[in-house]
Design a protein around this ligand. Sequence first.
Ligand code: 13P
Ligand code: SF4
Length: 350
Amino acid sequence: DEAELHARIRAAKATLGDRLVILGHFYQRDEVVQYADFVGDSFQLANAALTRPDAEAIVFCGVHFMAETADILARPEQRVILPNLAAGCSMADMADEDSVEAAWETLTEFYGDDDTVPVTYMNSSAALKAFCGRHGGIVCTSSNASTVLEWAFEQGRRVLFFPDQHLGRNTGKAMGVPLEQMPMINPRRPDLGVEADVLRDARVLLWPGFCSVHKRFTVAQIEQARAQYPGVRVIVHPESPMAVVDAADAAGSTDAIKKFVAAAPAGSVVAIGTEINLVNRLAAENPDKTIFCLDPVVCPCSTMYRIHPGYLAWVLDGLVEGEVRNEIVVDDDVAVHAKVALERMLAALP
Ligand code: 13P
Ligand code: SF4
């Protein structure tokens, strides 16, 4: 039963002490978040993995690409564990290495220069981070995408951005890149489905990936919130479609959303376009404000939700018994290049 499960988790944490660090993404359910030593956005959690080099095991309550990143950044002796191996990210799955390699070859041939810089969103496989490492590219997260794009434009004329079209488009637009210079490619088409003259002038080539949670937010929802609550402040995650970001008052990473809510004065109303577990937590933590999700139909990230306390208890029991369950291991030849792209991101930040 539930009580027994939670008692097991608490007992394992007490036994393991400093040998263990538990990281939790903001989208995790409260029953899991309560056990996390660090809770944060994907950038903060990548850094958190670095702040505990003494811990033997990093249990990552998040999704697969986050655990891979922790394994790449952690010391080789540290073991990274994903409580449920089925916790992936549908957006990360929308760009596979072969398709990116094929598109890259087409672009290299078309441009005949080495002025294209690959930029991968953190929400991608380690193989794609390694691709960026090998080709002079870089990783970004939603909290640093414009700084990273600026870095990329110092290296070359244009960027190939994957997998999230929305983060790429929203970031490029905020930097003043005209929409016509941000075509979306179709990796299934040999010519990438973009007219040659458009391709020639392109500054940001967008991959057609998206987040199934954030693509649900609409301008109509924002209009309705504004009609219902005059003076409402609206903040959305930049994985939302461009029209939604434009209609909102602000866009930012999960941590930026948390800070936005914290900074809102008592009595204010804030409508949020992001995953429901975070929105509900912010509502509970800010009882003096009215906080609600733009989407009236509950929208959890179904893969984040796969980290059930039962899986957490199971991997922690394993550690107590000296058994590493559900370990995430990135091959050394991939990790070494992926680390280059991640370190470029860290170095590009102010
Ligand atoms: P953050 O980097 O804002 O935490 O976002 C991660 C994510 O998966 C959002 O969908
Ligand atoms: Fe992936 Fe979207 Fe879930 Fe984030 S919210 S982990 S982008 S599916």
